[in-house]
Structures are given as C-alpha cells and as structure tokens.
Ligand binder design. Sequence first.
Ligand code: F6R
Length: 614
Amino acid sequence: MCGIVGYVGARSAQDVVIDGLRRMEYRGYDSAGIALVHDGRLASRKRAGKLGNLEKAISEEPLPASELGLGHTRWATHGAPNDVNAHPHLGATGRVALVHNGIIENFADLRARLEADDHVLISETDSEVAAHLLELQVESGVDLTVAMQRVCQQLEGAFTLVAIDAQDPDRVVAARRNSPLVVGIGEGENFLGSDVAAFIEHTREALELGQDQVVTITRDGVSVTAFDGSPAEGRRFHVDWDLSAAEKDGHDWFMRKEIFEQPRAVADSLLGRRTRSGQLQLDEMRLSDQELRDIDKIIIIAAGTSFYAGMVAKYAIEHWCRIPVEVELSSEFRYRDPILDYSTLVVAISQSGETADTLQAIRHARTQRSKVLAICNTNGSTIPRESDAVIYTHAGPEIGVASTKGFLTQLIACYLLALYLAQVKGTRYGDEITQVMEQLEAMPAHIETVLAGSEAIYDLAREHVGTRSFLFLGRHAGYPVALEGALKLKELAYLHAEGFAAGELKHGPIALVEDGLPVLCVVPPEGRDQLHDKMISGIQEVRARGARTICLAEEGDTSIEPYADVLIRLPRVPVLLQPLVAVVPLQLFACELASAMGHDVDQPRNLAKSVTVE
Ligand code: F6R
C-alpha cells in the first residue's frame, strides 16, 4: 500500500504534490519522491524515510517551477526502503517518470527480458520495469496514453501506475488494476490520488475508476479507456467527507477501515507466490531447499496477536509437513534455556518488525546457530534485517494500534510457509498444495461475505454496552481465534474477556459462568475428528449454567441452532483456514463495542503500536 498523487493545472505542481503526499503519508512512509516536467525535461527528487526528508532535499536543491507532476509515498514491498528503491522510477533515458502502488507479479520475467536487451535497472523494485517498458513505448512514437495501455496488457498482478513524459507537458496518465486510484476534477486543473484525501482541499468532485482502466488527465479534461484502448467510463461522485474521514475512507476509525481492507490485504499477500508451473515461490526465502529439508523442529516466537497467528501456524505446519512445532511467547523464550541447534528453524512473527521481546529472542536463537525466518509486515525493519529469511506480508501500514489486517496477513504467510515446507520436503503432493492455494485465493471473497454482515454484529455489540465480562471458546484452529477475540475486547473496550480451549473449560474456568454471561463460541466446521460435536458439548455445558451463547458457525450447520442464543454465520471453509473468516466478526464486535463505549479505538489507553522495550 503506497500513496500516489498526480497533478496538471495552473498551480505549482510541487506544492500540490507535496501537500497531497502529506495526506497520503498514512499509506506508507518508507520513502517519498516527486517528479515534475519542466522545459522538456524531468526534474525529480526522492528520499528514503518520511516526507520531511524529501522536503529537506528539495530545500537544499530546489526544483524548477512546473504545473505538471506526480509524487509517491512508499510502503516497501519489493526491495529495501532506501533512496534507490524510492519512487518515481525513470525509464532508461530519463524521459518517463513513473510511480506504482501494488505488486507486479511477473516482474522477474519482464526484468530478465529488459536486461537481455541491455537495459540497466538500478533498483530492486518491481516498479522500475514498468518505467522502462513505458519509455520504450513512447520512444516508439505513440503517446503516453497508448503507451500505458500497451504496457498494462503486459503486466500481471495488482497495480496503480501514474506516469509523466518529459516531452508531453500537458498530460498525466494513470492505470489501475486491483489497486485504488481516484481522479479529482477541477476547473482548468485535474488531480489523481490513491484516495480523495490527496486532493480534497482543491476539489470535491471526483471520478472513481473501474478495473483495468487507463485515465488521462489534462488541464481541460479527463478521458478514460480500457487497457485495450476502447472507450470506458468512471463513476462520478461528490465527496462530502472531511479530511480526517477521507483518510479513513469514510470510516470513523483507522481500525474499522483496516478491518474492511482485509480482503485486499489477503489477496495482496497471496500475489506472486506461484510460478507459471504452479510451484510455490517465496521470494525472500533465502534458505536453500537442503537447509529446509534438514529442519527437524520449528519454534515460533511472537507476542500478542502475532503469537496467536503462530498458534494457528502450528496446526497447519504439523498437519501438512509433519514437523514438530512449538509456539512460544517471545518474552519467555530465552529465559527457559530452549534447546536449539542448526536443525531448528525459528520463525519470528512480527507485524512491526521492531518488537523488542521478539528481537531479543531471535538474537538468542542465532547465537545457538539456529536459522531464523521472519514473517513481517514492515520491510526493512530490524527483525527481518537480522533474520536469515523473510516472508513479507502485504497488509500495508497498520495504523490502528490493535492489529487486524496484520493478523490475517500473518495467517496467510504462515499457511504459505507450511505449504512451501510441504513442497520442499515432499510431505504433500503438488495437487494437494494447489488445492489449498486455490482455497486461500477464494478467501478474500469469503471475508467480503463476512464483512457484508457487519451491521448485525454492530447491533449485537451495542447491546453489550454495560456488560463487564465475556468468555470466548474455540477448539483446534478456533482456539487461537477465541484468544484473539478476547484480546481485542480487552485492549479496546477495557473489559474482562478470556479465551479458552472449549475442552479445558470443565477443568476449572467453567466456575466463572453465571446467568447471562455472554460466551462467544467459534464452532469448527462439521465433519472432522468429532471437533464439531465436542464443541457443541462444551456449548451445552455453559448454556446449562445460564450463559448466553453467541455462536460463530458455518453456513448450513443446522445442528448448532438449538444451542445458539445468537448465531453468526461464517462461509464454509476448511477447518485450518477457518481463522481467516472467524476472527473478522470478533474484530468488528470489539471495534463497535469500544466505539459505543466512547473509547479511542485507534489509540487504546496504555498501549503502543510497536513495543520496543522488553
Ligand atoms: C494486539 C496487538 C499486539 C501486537 C504485539 C506484537 O492487537 O497489536 O498484541 O500483536 O505487540 O506486535 P508485533 O506483531 O509488531 O511484533
């Protein structure tokens, strides 16, 4: 997730772009850059780090006046967050400048083809290939719009691209597939942005682009085509949000926005993971197949929500790969003198990549000669830098302190790791792995289905204002979901909430149950290992003692109906993947209840987004 701005009109393009980038910075702050057209040439500056670094660079070496330009704030996916990988990227002769949000899945093939034709690509990004391809097209004599259409037909993946041509001082061209892009319509000027916050102070008239469309903005107009050049149309709308709502895409809290971004975050985290022949590939794996085959034990270390993702990973890895997995809180790990050696793989899961407990744990593991693989959302952060291998999640920046899309994308990375190990170790056939990948690729649509039912969950949450205590029950992969549901409620609503493995309840915690106590139950899908029936027994036990049961159960499960005071339906998915859909209602519930109680959902008391002290 990056922020993109484009402008053509009568104002200073530098001012419009920099102001727009300031409002886009919440989308990524690994680097910022700008390019302007002046006198038949491009002028560009870009710097790693926050926008302030770019502004400093411009003040030291000012840019020429210009009325046309583009800018970018980066959330790094391919390549470290440094100056070279910052956008804009230029074509081979510096005629075209381009910014990109998304992931170009086939960039490795395209890059190899360009390099075979003597192109020198200086960054590690997937984006630079698009700049080179675009410049090749304009050099062949077509205008930037046609060039963009042709290039988009060669690209696979998700992308918003915005480009300018030094020899065309009146046109900014953009394209979108599966990534956001909005046009701001002014008088004698037009704008482009990743969202309306980029231009809301200049115009409230906007045009939303459809899938696979190219848009050209000039001072006097906006024209839209499909990738094949045929005429197309966007959807006009008027923006009546204020600026802070605009940054939150109309939601009241970043957390709520991030919950609704999960289908996209999951889809992005799955992009580019399969080769044409169907083999899984993890681009920053950096451990050889032999090193992976030598692994005889995995220890997952993480904190908080990431720890619960690790618990789900244990079920998936042990089931698909038959490697024993331990899951350990990172703050406890090194104090128990863990047994580690070169055949132990330590997997560190951290959204921020900066959690001190997890960092110290991986440092300890490396002193014991264990290999460390990080699952992380923050490119260039300390934990992946100090690890032997990384799987990056592509959630984009998570601003709400309570993790939501971070968690779902960690689950995706855990499943990918498990399947990759199964592929390397040969514990699953290729077609079994393909089948799970297809099930994973269907998940964004399933998560959308859950989100479509959010109003009913909000009503339920508001009914519980004034309730002081909640229990959450789950079994198997639903157990970590129960723990995560309870954690969300604790941290956001400051209420007593506890998650239990349903079978454990009778060994003590059932004494907590009293009349009217809400118990949220994650019901496993029917039909495997009696899990479902055992869960129903647990639900009966709490109902018999007066609990009010709120059951999350799959569509078509009728046997749960007599035991549920409230029933929240989940799409039918395999038990190991159920956390991806089951946790979403619990996130919505906690977010709405905390909001209804008047709490600051994005910045709960006593918490910090990354915990950099032990
Ligand atoms: C809960 C939450 C925290 C983090 C934990 C680990 O909503 O956000 O529990 O999951 O502090 O943080 P990372 O994943 O950044 O290491």
